[in-house]
Every structure is written in structure tokens, then in C-alpha cells.
Design a binder for this molecule. Sequence first.
Ligand SMILES: [Zn+2]
Length: 191
Amino acid sequence: MTNEADIGDLPPESNARKAIGKRKRFEIFKRDNFTCQYCGAQPPTVILHVDHILAVANGGGNEDENLTTACEGCNLGKSSVPLAIKPQTLEAAAEDAKEAAEQVREHAKMVREAREAMEGVCWEIAEVIQEGASAGWSRDKFNGVKGFVKRIGYATTLEAAYIAADRYGEGSRRFKYFCGICWNRVREADK
Ligand SMILES: [Zn+2]
């Protein structure tokens, strides 16, 4: 005999997902780079949940510090189960597929925005080294700047560009000097 009270009950994963608003959920995913903080899994092979580090039942709240990204398997305390072999109703499967697609889309958007921001920052530095760089520089030369930004950070690389600009007029000597300063900073950082 079917227990009517059970029919309307949502499975626990849906409850967990809905307990935190969508915007908040994606903010946490973004902060955690759309990666399960327990096992490293990423969508679309898993669906991400927001997990309460201190469970709500134990007094945990929805503050950012108490929230972390967990794949469904880790969140439910099971091993990671690929979506494809997880038994579920058609409706739940459709909802999971929609959620997985959205997680992938949002992650792709985040990566694209970070990439664009990185490119913008590096071209600003290139323009300090040489006016008109964005029109005339080769990709290799530009990637040199980008490599320094990745290794020693934006502020230090920009500072090196200004130091080189103050020291030398336009020309290849300025770029070489800029690279020299940056390599020194790289070596200092590696110590
Ligand atoms: Zn996991």
C-alpha cells in the first residue's frame, strides 16, 4: 500500500538544492570554481550542490563561510555516482539535466569573463611598454606579458612596465628592460 504522505515528498537532494536561492548557489559555485571541494569533480559529469559545512540541523546557517560546493555524491555522503547511471525518475532526470547544463553554462561564462579581464589587463600593461602595442604586437610578445602577470601578479608587472617606460624611450630596449625587471621579480618570488 502506498503511503500518501511520501508521494509529495521531495528527494533530499532537491530539498538541499532549493534551501538556498539560485543566485546564492551560483555565487558559491563561482567562488569554488564550479568544483566539488571534497573530490574535485566538475559538471557535467556530476551535479553540484551547495553543502552546509555545519549542518542546518546542528545550527549551521546560510553564511558564505558555512557553505561549500559539493557534488551530489559527496553531499549525500556517498561516493561520486555519474549522472548516467544514477537511478531516478524521468522528471528528476530532466531537472538534473537542466541544472547540469546551467552549471556548465555559468562556468563557461565565468572562465570567459576571467579570460577577457586577463587579456584587458595585459593589453593595458603592453600599452605602457609601447603605445599602440594592441595594434602592432605579435601574440608571442603579448603572451610574454601575460606570463609575467600570471607569475608575479598584475600590480608588480604594471610597476615593471612603468619603471621601464621611465628608464628608456620607446623601443626594444624598453621591452627588454621590462622583461629583465620581471624576471628578477620572478626569481625573488621563487625564493
Ligand atoms: Zn564530490
